[in-house]
Design a protein around this ligand. Sequence first.
Ligand code: NAP
Length: 252
Amino acid sequence: MENREIAVVTGASRGLGRAAALALAESGYRVIVATRSAESAEEVVRRIEEAGGEALPLRLDIADPQSINDATATLLAAIAATWAGSRITVLVNNAGVGHFAPLGEVSVADFDDTFAVNVRGPFLLIQALAPQLADGSRVVNLSSSLSRHVSPATAVYAASKAAIEALSRSLALELGRRGIRINTVAPGPTATDFNGGAMRDNAELRLGLGQQTALGRVGEPAEIADAIVALVSPGLRWVTGERIEVSGGVLL
Ligand SMILES: NC(=O)c1ccc[n+]([C@@H]2O[C@H](COP(=O)([O-])OP(=O)(O)OC[C@H]3O[C@@H](n4cnc5c(N)ncnc54)[C@H](OP(=O)(O)O)[C@@H]3O)[C@@H](O)[C@H]2O)c1
């Protein structure tokens, strides 16, 4: 393995984050598997190590600013102790929540949690890690196709994803002079636990959503992960401040 760069992936316990952590390890990155609970990193770290890669677990609740501070300190100490000399060059802000409800049923707590996880957390983590990111690093923030098209009962979630896109563009300008690229990946419907696993387990919904895509089906986690790996690769070194939709062409 040639690449000794470090990639940090949040929400890496399952779904797209897990797939991104595995794919980044496969392409040679040392991976920080950041998960809300310590135990949920174990399987992913083990999988990476069994495949000959290197990974470290990191406990991080992205909704909690104190956890972000603590995790940053823990992360830097762990890198110094285990991978001295390696630099963080990739950050994937993947952890996300969707509290889907019609207007009259959206609670203040769900609104605040959506923005704490999907917007404030990624911002604070970029802020905390920016001094540690090597020049030329890449940040990928997860958005959603729902920032472009509308679907019932998704207003707060869609607004949070529009916010992370605006935030990413601004920070791409702010950090660009260090060669740091910041982009968003906007998946379409993808088969994970998200939204109660509906896109994976509900055959009728899968069919309906699949028919809305040019390629005729919902996506798989590895298809989003491969796009993230491509986006952080040198081949896309001139791309920053962009929103890349990875949706099989949903509602074109
Ligand atoms: N699947 C889709 O169709 C789809 C489409 C568009 C965009 N996305 C976006 O893609 C990203 C990943 O989604 P997914 O499909 O993989 O969802 P998922 O299977 O529900 O996984 C969500 C991940 O986020 C983590 N997470 C949630 N709140 C957290 C917190 N406070 N602190 C740390 N981690 C937290 C979860 O950790 P725990 O295991 O601890 O709960 C889990 O690892 C999200 O940003 C989502 O909005 C997904």
